[in-house]
Write a protein that binds this ligand. Structure first.
Ligand code: GLA
Length: 377
């Protein structure tokens, strides 16, 4: 059964009624453009075929949430964030609290094939699917940008994870078979045909982003901007620094802020170049840029781990791998290998058989499409 059918069945079994609506949304893998979305930079995510489905209905005065993967939650409604998985649902519902359908609480059933805590943004898939399901149930047409905004606010304002907008936009706007070049400042989105195979190797190191150094990196970025403003009053985002002036700008920053800013400016350029190379079918160039992205994340942004570095080195040594890097926020999670077209299966098998790497899971990423309202019996 697909996640939508499972969410419907779970909803009926748990709440003894039919859901009001069901929606689903994909996870995402970011080809390149890591830790630049919250600095206004460009990112290049691909949605996964794995999806999260959320069924919603009346909660009889409470927030009742059940999931295939986590213990059930039942709390008063409205509800304050409590570090439970259901915060991702409650944060979205909080944004939509003026919808009449939510006056009497909310019942939610979640079914998902998106692995949790490995850098595939299971949280954005959950938030986006929840927002789409509630707005559909409320009888409002689905507007993907609005759904992304609601899920983003739920995660940043309620859950308290200071993420950028990449994951939510990827989950709402993705097209099967294509990457999305998203300019996170202008929010323009272009589709870029993929034409490459992608292999994702889980490290076995999971991390909750709420507890990671992610917030620290955001504070460092804000501090760098504050220090640069007197000399560059027009600077709104770090990606506004022209690469040609980077060396001059960096001289004004103490370590480690200079390293963080160097990563952001160069990674943004790499993303734009990678999108151009993908369109031109220059796969070798994409691989080189992906490798450079990893070195920068490791040395300058300091968000890799020895385990991720080991997997990256192992993946790069496999025939027909064009490049490899840590993917997602880092500090654990997964490694993405960019692979010659058609070689994904062979590369995944090679990595699975590598006893020294001892990878818990290796998958060929099948590109999926964005948020969808699901029919159900
Ligand atoms: C997490 C965040 C994204 C982005 C990445 C790093 O996935 O949710 O907004 O910042 O980390 O690129």
């Amino acid at each position: 059964m697909n996640p939508a059918a499972r969410a419907a069945a779970l909803f009926r079994a748990s709440f003894a009624m039919a859901p009001g609506a069901i929606a689903s949304a994909p996870g995402r893998v970011n080809l390149i453009g890591e830790h630049v979305d919250y600095h206004g930079g460009s990112v290049l995510p691909v949605a996964t075929a794995e999806r999260t489905a959320v069924a919603v209905g009346p909660g009889r005065g409470r927030l009742r949430a059940v999931s295939e993967h986590a213990p059930p939650v039942e709390v008063p409604w409205p509800h304050a964030a409590g570090r439970a998985w259901s915060d991702y649902v409650a944060g979205v519902a909080q944004q939509l609290r003026h919808e009449p359908v939510l006056a009497d609480g909310l019942a939610v059933a979640v079914a998902s094939d998106v692995p949790i805590g490995v850098g595939l943004s299971s949280s954005a898939a959950l938030g986006v699917a929840t927002a789409a399901a509630i707005t559909t149930w409320a009888g409002r047409p689905l507007v993907p940008r609005e759904v992304a905004d609601i899920a983003f606010k739920g995660e940043t304002e309620y859950v308290g994870m200071p993420c950028g907008l990449m994951d939510q936009l990827a989950a709402t706007h993705a097209e099967a078979g294509a990457a999305l070049l998203i300019d996170c400042r202008s929010l323009t989105i272009e589709s870029v045909p993929l034409g490459l195979d992608l292999v994702l190797a889980e490290s076995g190191e999971t991390r909750g982003l709420r507890d990671s150094a992610y917030g620290e990196r955001r504070r460092e970025g804000a501090e760098a901007l504050r220090l640069l403003r007197p000399s560059f009053p027009a600077l709104l985002c770090l990606v506004d620094i022209p690469p040609a002036r980077l060396a001059t700008v960096l001289r004004q920053l103490p370590p480690p802020l200079d390293r963080r800013v160097r990563h952001v400016v160069n990674e943004n350029q790499r993303t734009i170049l990678a999108a151009r190379a993908l369109r031109a079918g220059d796969h070798a160039a994409v691989g080189t840029l992906v490798n450079a992205s990893h070195e920068s994340l490791r040395e300058l942004y300091a968000c890799s781990t020895p385990r991720l570095d080991q997997i990256v080195a192992g993946a790069r040594a496999v025939p027909r791998v064009l490049g490899a890097r840590m993917v997602g926020a880092g500090w654990g999670g997964a490694v993405l290998a960019i692979v010659e077209p058609g070689a994904g299966g062979a590369v995944a098998a090679h990595l699975r058989a590598d006893k020294a790497l001892g990878l818990p899971a290796v998958r060929v990423v099948r590109p999926g499409s964005g948020v969808a309202v699901e029919a159900y019996p």
